[in-house]
Design a binder for this molecule. Structure first.
Ligand code: BGC
Length: 758
């Protein structure tokens, strides 16, 4: 497999003539000058007023300091003798980025860390050890905004206590491509679900008085050719899909920063797309924070600055120090206005003031005070709610009468898999197994020391025997002689590469098929980055999707298997029956061209437009392997009394949900909406609202949900309005997008909403 590294990007672009960058040290603010005071120090003023005052007091050099980000890694792999990769004085080791502060004005530096599942460390022999949440797609599978907030609050606390005040979290590109290597970092395929989950994670992170990003903006839908790929998408389709997800997350989470992505969109690099940055984000949505580039995603000075990029990040990865000397010259000769440089600095400062970075500064690395026990509970709780029971013929929860249990494969005797790349968090005891995964980025292929097998053993008196699954015949023999078999299968995905297909790698399908043939009481536990196909499904007695379940994930899996936890996760993405069902049966691009800046590969997202995931399957009448929203429980829930009425410009929906089975559990109410007559929607139906609720056995609750009017509307690009057509609409409830159990019809009057959906 070919792995594209950040350094490879640099060496590829090193052929391009460089301007002579001024070193960061020459540019930094004078550290010895006495501290100036002014209105920006007045905490009673608004963040806007304080940022205005600070910008007024700043010199041009100071403004330029704020917009120019350094890579902050001192690891041996980056000592190429290049000035670019020098560790910046003041930076935190092995971290993603550093932007010096303006000491004279009391403005602290920005210490930036990856990412969405916790405090990551750049590849290093001595990584910091922190708590890892389950992957983003696992948190989306909880359908629980409180769990997303709690996870965000927990990792934000660890970031803060590790000395960071900017967390590069909030990954949320819609899952258009099940093979995308970074699906695990994102929130699934639906704009409402991804927006609500990621928005709440961002809110949780920022509750620690630090900034979170929202990324990668936008349409960063695959890793193959990620630095050059041009994704084509129309304005309406974009606003009703990926951009709607970002818009919802922005409204909920109010991120201090948005990270523009590597790829091109409609011909322009995302970090110099006037449409994405100036128009949609800043003007239409009213985003007041700053746009930072991804590491290596800045490609120019004047076009980027004028299109809305406020901060060049990790400049070492770019072909040139675009936002250093070149930006100063561009401002001095008028190609970028002074007002625009002020705007860039103001936006950065505003987010720093608004999020408390100045009034409640981080206090350096005091990670010794992290409450790892409490944080372990948070990540475990998230994992427990995100695990999806896909199939169960009745063999789960594990029978107490089982005398022998075979546990097979995927290092289940040691722990659980995590996703790879810049978001990699190293938890205490993490391990790479010899010969597994690449030596360099996006490795190391890392397992967390949380063993599902040990978790099961602690909860049963059955004799457990482990088999590593490498010898299929031996595994099948063990399976045949055991009362119950639990076979674990993993799919390692990571930043910079896509899965070649939808199959489990390393012939694990053969292993599962052989084991399930030997013993029909076989439970399959999947740890994958996203959807996979399951050729052995008919033979399996039960299947659970555990995703990458985080640093306490083994314990979570064990508790679900034995029935201490009733599974309540639901798929945030469709599992296709085969790649032929996808808008692009073959992945676009050519991995062999990764790293070549002169390639211009295209992907046509207008094929599906806004009909992403289940919407595409509905529109094309395709039957997936498992539908969006699917997820079983050890109890049964029944929905009744579904009612819907127009409320404001949207809808109010009520329904009763009853736990009619034997065990306490958590139900997810899924509300889908659809126009009765054609209303120009991208697909037959959309998820309109959802809610998760706990129900004791026999208990019933009435839930009240509202449907955002944008989910009943289409976007009109010419007038920049959302319009709801007058007519009858079906409001449906169901167990998944493919299993609707109740429908009512409601009449809606025509509505026009502004670009923000008001
Ligand atoms: C990734 C970003 C990450 C950045 C800093 C890039 O390679 O795409 O998600 O935040 O590196 O490490």
């Amino acid at each position: 497999m070919f792995f594209k590294t950040k350094l490879a990007l640099l060496s590829a672009s090193a052929l391009i003539a460089l301007s002579s960058p001024v070193a960061y040290a020459e540019q930094a603010a004078p550290m010895t000058a006495p501290k100036a005071t002014g209105a920006w120090t007045d905490a009673s003023l608004s963040a806007d007023a304080r940022a205005d005052a600070a910008v007024k007091a700043m010199t041009q050099v100071e403004k330029l300091t704020l917009v120019f980000g350094h890579f902050s890694t001192n690891a041996p792999w980056q000592t190429g003798g290049s000035k670019r990769f020098e560790f910046p004085k003041g930076g935190l080791p092995d971290s993603a980025g550093y932007v010096p502060g303006i000491e004279r004005l009391g403005i602290p530096a920005q210490w930036q860390t990856d990412a969405g599942v916790g405090v990551a460390t750049q590849r290093s022999p001595t990584p910091r050890e922190r708590t890892a949440l389950p992957s983003g797609i696992a948190t989306a599978a909880t359908w629980n905004s409180d769990a997303a907030f709690a996870g965000g609050a927990m990792i934000g606390n660890e970031a803060r206590l590790s000395g960071f005040n900017v967390q590069l979290a909030g990954g949320m590109d819609l899952l258009r491509e099940p093979r995308n290597g970074r699906n695990f970092e994102y929130g699934g395929e639906d704009p409402l679900l991804a927006g609500v989950i990621t928005g709440n994670e961002i809110k949780g992170i920022q509750s620690n008085h630090i900034i979170s990003t929202m990324k990668h903006y936008a349409f960063n839908g695959q890793e193959t050719n990620r630095f050059t790929m041009d994704h084509k998408i129309g304005d309406q389709a974009g606003r009703q899909s990926d951009l709607l997800a970002f818009q919802i997350a922005y409204e909920i989470g109010d991120p201090g920063s948005v990270m523009c992505s590597y790829n091109r969109v409609n011909g322009a690099y995302a970090c110099e797309s006037n449409w994405l940055l100036n128009q949609v984000l800043k003007t239409d949505w009213g985003f007041k924070g700053y746009v930072m580039s991804d590491w290596g995603a800045t490609h120019s000075t004047v076009p980027a600055a004028n299109a809305g990029l406020d901060q060049e990040s990790g400049w070492a990865f770019d072909a040139s120090a675009y936002y250093e000397g070149a930006l100063r010259e561009a401002v001095n000769n008028g190609h970028v206005s002074t007002a625009r440089l002020d705007d860039m600095a103001r936006r950065i400062l505003r987010s720093m003031f608004a999020n408390g970075l100045i009034d409640d500064p981080v206090g350096g690395d005091v990670a010794t005070t992290i409450d790892y026990a409490a944080h372990g509970k948070v990540t475990q709780g998230d994992a427990e709610e995100g695990i999806v029971l896909l199939k169960n013929t009745g063999i789960l929860p594990l029978a107490k009468s089982a005398r022998t249990i075979a546990v097979i494969g995927s290092h289940a005797d040691f722990g659980v898999l995590s996703g790879g790349g810049s978001s990699q968090v190293y938890a205490k005891g993490s391990k790479r197994f010899d010969g597994e995964g690449p030596d360099g980025f996006p490795g190391p292929l890392t397992y967390y020391a949380s063993s599902p097998m040990k978790g099961i053993q602690a909860r049963t008196s059955a004799k457990i025997t482990y088999n590593d699954g490498k010898d299929v015949k031996a595994a099948a023999r063990l399976a045949a002689s055991s009362d119950i078999v639990i076979v674990f299968a993993t799919q390692w995905t990571g930043e910079s590469f896509d899965a070649p297909d939808l199959s489990l790698p390393d012939k694990q399908d053969d292993l599962i098929a052989a084991v399930a043939k030997a013993n029909k009481k076989t439970v399959v536990v999947l740890e994958t980055g996203g959807p996979v196909v399951m050729p052995w499904l008919a033979r399996a007695g039960a299947v659970i999707e555990a995703w990458y379940p985080g640093s306490s994930g083994g314990e979570a899996i064990a508790r679900v298997l034995v029935g201490e936890v009733n599974p309540s996760g639901h798929l945030p993405a469709t599992f296709p029956a085969s790649a032929d069902q996808l808008p692009r049966p073959k992945l676009d691009g050519d991995a062999a061209q990764d790293g070549d800046p002169n390639t211009h590969q295209h992907t046509d997202y207008d094929i599906e437009g806004a009909a992403v995931g289940y919407k595409w399957f509905d529109k094309k009448s395709l039957k997936p392997l498992f539908a969006f929203g699917h997820g079983l429980s050890y109890t049964r829930f029944a929905a009744s009394d579904l009612k819907a009425e127009a409320a404001g410009k949207g809808l109010k929906v009520t329904l009763a949900v009853k736990n009619v089975g034997p065990m306490d559990g958590k139900a997810v109410a899924q509300i889908y909406v659809a126009p009765v007559a054609d209303a120009g929607w991208e697909a037959p139906k959309r998820l309109g609202a959802f809610a998760k609720t706990s129900l004791k056995a026999g208990e019933s609750k009435t839930l009240s949900l509202s449907v955002d009017p944008r989910l009943l509307a289409t976007f009109d690009s010419a007038s920049k309005t959302w319009t709801v057509k007058a007519g009858d609409y079906k409001v449906m409830t169901g167990n998944s997008a493919g299993d609707i159990t109740g429908t009512v019809t409601v009449h809606l009057d025509a509505q026009t909403l502004d670009v923000r959906g008001k």
